[in-house]
Design a protein around this ligand. Structure first.
Ligand SMILES: Cc1cc2nc3c(=O)[nH]c(=O)nc-3n(C[C@H](O)[C@H](O)[C@H](O)COP(=O)(O)OP(=O)(O)OC[C@H]3O[C@@H](n4cnc5c(N)ncnc54)[C@H](O)[C@@H]3O)c2cc1C
Length: 449
C-alpha cells in the first residue's frame, strides 16, 4: 500500500490506552493528519476505576479531556461520536449521528465491555466496572445503601450492607480490598448512627485461587490480606443468578444484597461485532503479529479490542501496558508504510503485573519470569507505576493529593452521590421477588448474627 505524505490521513476509533498512544506518537509528525473518534470526550484510566467507585479518587483524577492533550497539535482533530458501523474495505466508519470518516489508515481501539457469560439477571442487576460512568454508578449505589440503611436500619437485614464482588482476578481483588477499607476505616466515622460493623464484603469466584495470572505465593498473600480486612471468600463457587435483591450461588446458598460488582470477565466492546472483521475468542478481532488484519490493507486493531498473538502461541492479555505499547508500535508501522518500508511484528516488552489489595497491601510479579513481591515494597511500586502511567501532570498531582489525603486522614474525599436516579433502590421489591429463582433448599447468608 502506497500513501503520499503530507496527505496521509489516519482515523482512530477509541481514545483509551491504545488509541491515545497511537495518536500521540503520530501527532509528532506534521505530515500526517489524525482523526481521533471517541464516544466520550475524555481518556479514561481504567486501572483506577475501582478507586473512583470507592470514593478514593475523583472523576477528574482518572479522566482527562482528549482535546486538552492535543490542543497544541493542529494535525489532530478530536471527534466526540459513537462509531456504530464500519466498512474496513474502504477504511470508513459511520457514527450514531450519521457522520462518516474515512482515511488511508483505520485503527480500531475500542476496548472492552463486561462479559456476563449468560449469567441470569447479571446484565440487569450487576454493576460492572469498565468505564467512568459505571464506576460513578457503583459509587452512588454504595453511598445509597449506606444512606438508606442510616434512615432505616431494618434494611440491614434485607442485605443493604452486603456487598458481593464477582471475580477473583485483579479487578475483583482490588475492588474487594478497597471496599473493605472504605467500610472499616471511613464509614463508621461518617455514619455514627449506623451499625456499620454488620457490613460484609463477599468475593465469589468459581476458581479456587485469587489473582490467577500471578505466582502461587501471590494467591495466598491476596487471600490472607483480604481476609484480614474482613472480606469473606467464597472460592470454588459459581454465581447462578443475580436477582434484584440477592445473589444465588452454585452451592445452593444465596446472599441478600443490592450491590453486586461484576468483575467476572470481559469481551470486546459491541463495535467488534459490526466492524466487518473476523472475530475470535472473547468477540475480539483476530489480528496478525503486526496488528493488521488479513485481507484489509491499512486496517489495524489494537489493545483489548484485538486477539494479539504472542511468540508462545497464546494471545497477549488485556492490559493497559499491552494496549499502550501496541498503540505506539502501530504509529511506527503506519509511518513505515507511508515511507514505503515494511511493517514489523509487535513485540510486547513485559515488565510484569501488579495488584493493590487495599491499604498497605499489594502484590507485584516483576518481569517475564514473574518474580513475586508483596507488602510495602509492592505497595510503593504500585503507586509509582500507576502515577507514571497516568497521562498528564495535573492528573498525577491530583491523584497523589487525594491518595495522601485518604491515606493519612482515613477519609474518602470524594463521597459524591451523583447518580442518584440510576442508583435508587426499590426496597419493596424484596417482597415481590421472594419466590423468584430462590430454590427451596437455598440457605441465605445473613449479614447479621
Ligand atoms: C477495573 C480495571 C482495572 C484494570 N487494571 C489494570 C492494571 O492495573 N494494569 C493494567 O495494565 N491494565 C489494567 N486494566 C486493563 C486496562 O485498563 C485495559 O487493558 C486497557 O484500558 C485497554 O486499552 P484499550 O485502549 O484497548 O481500551 P480502553 O482503554 O477501554 O479504550 C477504549 C476507548 O474506546 C472508546 N470506545 C469504545 N467503543 C466506542 C465506539 N463505538 N465509538 C467510539 N469510541 C468508542 C471508549 O470510550 C474508550 O475511550 C484494568 C481494567 C479494568 C477495567
Amino acid at each position: 500500500m502506497k500513501v503520499q505524505a503530507p496527505n496521509a490521513h489516519v482515523v482512530i476509533v477509541g481514545g483509551g490506552f491504545a488509541g491515545f498512544a497511537c495518536a500521540r506518537e503520530l501527532a509528532k509528525r506534521d505530515d500526517v493528519r489524525i482523526t481521533l473518534i471517541d464516544k466520550n470526550n475524555y481518556h479514561q484510566f481504567q486501572p483506577l476505576l475501582y478507586q473512583l467507585a470507592t470514593a478514593a479518587l475523583g472523576t477528574d483524577d482518572i479522566a482527562t479531556p482528549l482535546r486538552t492533550f492535543f490542543r497544541g497539535h493542529p494535525n489532530v482533530e478530536v471527534k466526540l461520536a459513537e462509531v456504530t458501523a464500519a466498512d474496513p474495505k474502504t477504511r470508513t466508519v459511520g457514527t450514531r449521528d450519521g457522520s462518516s470518516y474515512g482515511g488511508d489508515f483505520l485503527v480500531f481501539a475500542a476496548g472492552s465491555q463486561a462479559n456476563f457469560f449468560g449469567t441470569a439477571g447479571a446484565k440487569e442487576n450487576a454493576l460492572p466496572l469498565y468505564s467512568v460512568e459505571q464506576a460513578q454508578r457503583l459509587r452512588s449505589r454504595i453511598l445509597t445503601v449506606f444512606e438508606d440503611a442510616d434512615r432505616d436500619p431494618k434494611l440491614v437485614e434485607q442485605g443493604a450492607l452486603n456487598f458481593v464482588v464477582v471475580g477473583g482476578g485483579p479487578t475483583g481483588v482490588e475492588m474487594a480490598g478497597a471496599l473493605a477499607d472504605m467500610i472499616r476505616l471511613t464509614m463508621p466515622g461518617e455514619y455514627p448512627d449506623l451499625a456499620v460493623k454488620y457490613a460484609r464484603v463477599y468475593l465469589v469466584d468459581h476458581g479456587h485461587a485469587l489473582l490467577g495470572p500471578f505466582p502461587v505465593e501471590a494467591h495466598d498473600y491476596a487471600a490472607q490480606a483480604l481476609q484480614r480486612k474482613g472480606v469473606q471468600l467464597r472460592l470454588g463457587i459459581g454465581v447462578k443468578e443475580v436477582a434484584a435483591d440477592r445473589v444465588l450461588l452454585s452451592d445452593g446458598t444465596s446472599i441478600k444484597t443490592r450491590t453486586v460488582v461484576w468483575a467476572g470477565g470481559l469481551m470486546a466492546s459491541p463495535l467488534a461485532a459490526k466492524a466487518g472483521l473476523p472475530c475470535g475468542h472473547g468477540g475480539r478481532i483476530d489480528v496478525r503479529p503486526d496488528l493488521t488484519v488479513e485481507g484489509f490493507p491499512g486496517v489495524y486493531v489494537l489493545g483489548d479490542f484485538a486477539n494479539i498473538p504472542s511468540p508462545d502461541d497464546e494471545a497477549l492479555p488485556q492490559l493497559g501496558s499491552v494496549a499502550q505499547q501496541c498503540g505506539t508500535w502501530t504509529a511506527k508501522n503506519i509511518l513505515a508504510e507511508i515511507a514505503g518500508e515494511t511493517r514489523t511484528a509487535f513485540h510486547y516488552h513485559d515488565k510484569g503485573i501488579m495488584a493493590m489489595i487495599g491499604r498497605n497491601a499489594a502484590v507485584a510479579a516483576i518481569g517475564k519470569k514473574r518474580h513475586e513481591l508483596d507488602g510495602a515494597i509492592a505497595f510503593a511500586a504500585w503507586v509509582g507505576v500507576h502515577a507514571l502511567l497516568m497521562s498528564g501532570v495535573r492528573a498525577r498531582i491530583e491523584a497523589f493529593v487525594d491518595w495522601a489525603w485518604g491515606y493519612f486522614s482515613r477519609a474518602r474525599p470524594i463521597q459524591i452521590l451523583d447518580r442518584s436516579d440510576s442508583s435508587r433502590i426499590d426496597w419493596d421489591n424484596d417482597i415481590k421477588s421472594e419466590g423468584l429463582g430462590v430454590s427451596s433448599d437455598a440457605q441465605t447468608v445473613h449479614s447479621l448474627g
